[in-house]
Design a protein around this ligand. Structure first.
Ligand code: BES
Ligand code: ZN
Ligand code: ZN
Length: 480
């Protein structure tokens, strides 16, 4: 058995940037302009257009375009600020100020949150395992009154960006540096000192719970599976009895496909198959740090999908924790197997009222929607509308995918209750497989296979590699 490279997480990475509000501008300074406001032959203020000039003694002034007012959409301020921050990062300018006055007067104070996220994420670089020193940055917002609401919004944005950074760093970590138990340990450390109860269900407990679907995958590796449970329950019973939202994230630390082994071309990025789990932990972290009043639990089934002498093969039938008999026809469709047991555990054992699952689940969804839109399926109109409103607010893009009776039939098994693959509609039936375990409860399914990782950034606040998709929207959904 290969030795695991143990790498402690450098939490400073989540707070490498600090943003404060001040009156005075610094030597290095960013100014934002609406399109058409400052017409010169070199700079027009077009969205994400940049112009740099020297100021005073060696200082540096950067103009960044905001685009047209009518083109305003959520996420835009995050991009404008990230664009400015990236420029500073490239020049290794560690202290700078931004005049956010024009942004706030155009789009309101609330966008300060996005602005802070943009600055922090724009300065993010992929975690390097070989050098231990972290760069730190000081940014200042100028041009707005220094009130308490502004401070609070900036702080909230900083925390959210920090959470996204944690999720990204976990996804970018090589699988041999992050076994299931290491991932659980990192999350336990992340929650230290926060009002979040963490529990790790070890292999023996998974067996006691009869989680045959999860174990079919988990027992394919010499590195044992475990299930991480996080409970953030700030609202007392009575006031909110039974009112728990469960966030359930896929935690496949690496997905080789198992006996239905992936081709070498499809192996790139298999270490990132726990992006859903990372997003869940990050969202709960942000809720707890920001003291949001909502009862939320997180459940992350953690395992590897490999080949072991006795591991599952196509044709096997296993019994899930809720009693459902599952026919396994493809060992590479492992995400739904582990999520089945995690979702039913959240509802049956933790008494959640509604559930969100988030997973790098299907190549089909990725091919359909590319790197910027995640697929979404939902049951329960009210919950669905709340989710879409949250997504509208954050600017993360989700597209709702429908299903009908004919799709429900596609996962019926001749020999068992349901099977883990269908002959057609692979993205839809993957979601429906998980839905089976949510019963009649409000359910949202997020398939982030295409959006969790990017070769080339789509938005200015992204970097090559993990994106941390889902963190912001799940946070806003729970915040309500
Ligand atoms: N983790 C993969 C899905 C995936 C593919 C994520 C590409 C990111 C990029 C998942 O476990 C998987 O292998 N899905 C199969 C399912 C199929 C066998 C029904 C797929 O989509 O090909
Ligand atoms: Zn797979
Ligand atoms: Zn997978």
């Amino acid at each position: 058995m290969q030795k695991t490279e143990k790498i402690p997480y450098r939490r400073e990475r989540m707070s490498a940037v600090s943003i404060n509000l001040q009156e005075q501008i610094m030597e290095n300074h960013v100014t934002f302009y609406m399109e058409g406001e400052k017409e010169t032959s070199v700079f027009h203020g077009k969205f994400l257009e940049k112009w740099a000039e020297l100021s005073g003694q060696g200082g540096f002034r950067l103009l960044v375009g905001m685009g047209k007012d009518e083109d305003r959409e959520s996420g835009r301020v995050r991009e404008i600020c990230a664009c400015a921050a990236r420029e500073m990062k490239e020049r290794d300018i560690r202290e700078f100020s931004c005049d956010v006055g024009p942004i706030v007067s155009a789009w309101g104070q609330e966008v300060l949150k996005e602005a802070a996220e943009g600055i922090v994420l724009g300065l993010y670089s992929m975690e390097r395992l070989s050098d231990q020193e972290e760069k730190t940055w000081k940014a200042a917002f100028t041009g707005i009154p220094c009130d308490e609401t502004a401070q609070r919004l900036i702080r909230e944005g900083e925390v959210l960006a920090g959470a996204v950074i944690f999720a990204r760093d976990m996804v970018n970590r090589p699988a041999n540096c992050l076994r299931p138990e290491d991932f659980a340990a990192q999350i336990t450390a992340l929650m230290e000192g926060l009002p979040v109860e963490t529990q790790i269900l070890p292999l023996s407990r998974l067996r006691e719970e009869g989680m045959g679907a999860f174990l079919a995958v988990g027992e394919s590796s010499a590195y044992p599976p475990c299930m991480m449970v996080m409970r953030y329950l700030p609202k007392k019973a009575g006031e909110s009895a039974g009112d728990i939202t469960a966030l359930v994230g896929k935690g496949v630390m690496c997905d080789t496909g198992g006996y239905c082994i992936k081709g070498s071309q499809s192996m790139a990025g298999i270490k990132g198959d726990m992006a859903g789990g990372a997003a869940v932990a990050a969202a709960i972290y942000a809720l707890a740090v920001n003291g949001v009043s909502a009862n939320v639990i997180g459940v992350i089934p953690m395992c590897e999908n490999r080949i072991a002498p006795g591991s599952m093969i196509p044709g096997d039938v296993v019994r899930a924790g809720d009693g459902t008999l599952v026919e396994i026809l493809n060992t590479d469709a492992e995400g739904r197997l582990i999520l089945a047991d995690a979702v039913s555990y959240a509802l049956r054992r933790e008494h959640a009222e509604r559930v969100v699952d988030i997973a790098t689940l299907t190549g089909a969804m990725a091919r359909m929607f590319g790197n910027s839109i995640s697929g979404m399926m939902a049951q329960g109109e009210e919950f669905c509308q709340k989710f879409l409103a949250a997504a509208e607010y954050t600017g993360e893009r989700f597209c709702r995918v429908p299903w009908y009776r004919e799709h429900e039939k596609m996962i019926k098994s001749e020999i068992a209750d349901i099977k883990n693959v269908s002959d057609s509609c692979p993205a839809i039936t993957a979601g429906l497989f998980i839905r089976h375990f949510a019963g009649e409860k409000p359910w949202i399914h997020l398939d982030i296979a295409g959006t969790a990782d990017v070769d080339r950034p789509v938005f200015a606040w992204q970097e090559k590699g993990a994106t941390g998709v889902g963190v912001l929207t799940m946070y806003e959904l729970c915040k309500g």
